[in-house]
Write a protein that binds this ligand. Structure first.
Ligand SMILES: Cc1cc2nc3c(=O)[nH]c(=O)nc-3n(C[C@H](O)[C@H](O)[C@H](O)COP(=O)(O)O)c2cc1C
Length: 340
């Protein structure tokens, strides 16, 4: 069997294949309340019909001021649980597992101009972004608590996996990076301190959640003063020690930067993390061909393949990949006459 179609057990969760829908904001909570809408039901369920093994929701805000836009999904209130639960029920009925990406946008939040936004330091992302408020210790504690509550709600909504959004220059990524974190207290300075908020978020989530836990990181900040690979490996070693199951290896977004992209441009760091930290990894970024995905898995460079834009173009990518790799995959019952 091709590795792309081999199952993977992570803790108590069994993925039917190695294909993951990468988290992608759809900005479709049109009432600005963070609620699941009919669009989300159709969008995510289509990829489950298409036999994607794990469907990760878009960045879902643990606090309203932690939204990238007012149209983001949210999980800051118990009112969000029911919609997410219905979404999970639909996805599960096609045999896919579900993950939720718990997020806080930090200084990259673009909200109503009257709303305060928060970050480790009062430095804006660029001239177009608002200057954030430097978080007080009380603000930090409230945000850690919000991640914990998000995890409790995710469990009540029947998610199988939680992913912490620690990438792309959003709040956690800002704390991790010396480019955005200029604090002089216990949450800034040396990398041990910059890591502290993520450590405390992982610990808080684990009080509520005993399922698989992923963390997405920007494994390259494309800036000579940013985190080095050595810093990243320090973070991933710590995350492993804290019981994190998988590192989802993305890059960029911390400060404006020109990024040279090409098929698999983030795989090298993904492979380094996998072998140094001895932790499962997810590869993402311009992986579009089934043979490329299979190469990454067979060469032991990653354990899961996250697909973003390719799944926006083609919800049936898994079916096409199976045909190209001479595999058969189970069709959703209703589609058997077309697929078999
Ligand atoms: C429309 C869109 C929305 C995205 N939203 C998120 C997000 O919510 N969280 C996240 O971690 N990455 C987000 N990303 C990044 C993707 O998950 C993925 O890492 C990136 O697109 C590279 O993979 P690809 O080349 O397969 O698209 C988004 C990307 C796109 C295109």
């Amino acid at each position: 069997m091709k590795k792309l179609f081999s199952p993977m057990e992570i803790g108590n969760v069994r993925l039917k294949n190695r294909i993951v829908m990468s988290p992608m904001c759809m900005y479709s909570s049109m009432n600005e309340d963070g609620m699941i809408t009919p669009f989300h039901m159709t969008h995510y369920t289509s990829r489950a019909v298409g036999q994607v093994g794990l469907i990760m929701t878009e960045a879902t805000a643990v606090q309203p001021e932690g939204r990238i836009s007012v149209h983001d999904l949210g999980i800051w209130s118990d009112d969000h649980i029911e919609g997410l639960k219905q979404l999970n029920e639909q996805i599960h009925s096609y045999g896919s597992k579900t993950g939720i990406q718990l997020a806080h946008a930090g200084r990259k939040a673009v909200l109503d101009p009257s709303t305060d936004i928060y970050a480790p330091s009062a430095i804006s992302f660029n001239e177009k972004h608002k200057t954030p408020k430097e978080m007080t210790i009380n603000d930090i504690e409230q945000t850690i608590h919000a991640f914990r509550q998000g995890a409790r709600r995710a469990k009540e909504a029947n998610f199988d996996i939680i992913e912490i959004h620690g990438a792309h220059g959003y709040l956690i990524s800002e704390f991790l990076s010396p480019l955005a974190n200029k604090r002089i207290d216990d949450y800034g300075g040396e990398r041990e301190n910059r890591f502290r908020i993520l450590q405390e978020i992982v610990e808080a989530i684990k009080i509520e959640w005993n399922g698989p836990l992923f963390v997405r990181l920007s494994t390259n900040e494309y800036n000579e003063n940013g985190n080095t690979l050595e810093d990243i490996l320090y973070f991933t070693d710590q995350l492993k020690a804290l019981g994190v199951d998988l590192i989802d290896c993305s890059s960029g977004g911390v400060v404006p930067a020109r990024i040279h992209t090409f098929p698999g441009y983030q795989v090298q760091r993904c492979e380094s993390i996998k072998h140094h930290t001895k932790i499962a990894t997810g590869a993402v970024g311009l992986i579009t061909s089934p043979k490329h995905a299979e190469e990454i898995l067979e060469n032991n460079r990653a354990d899961l393949i996250f697909l973003g834009r390719e799944l926006l173009r083609n919800p049936y990518w898994a079916k096409n990949a199976a045909m190209e790799l001479n595999e058969t995959i189970q069709a959703p019952k209703q589609y058997e006459r077309g697929w078999n």
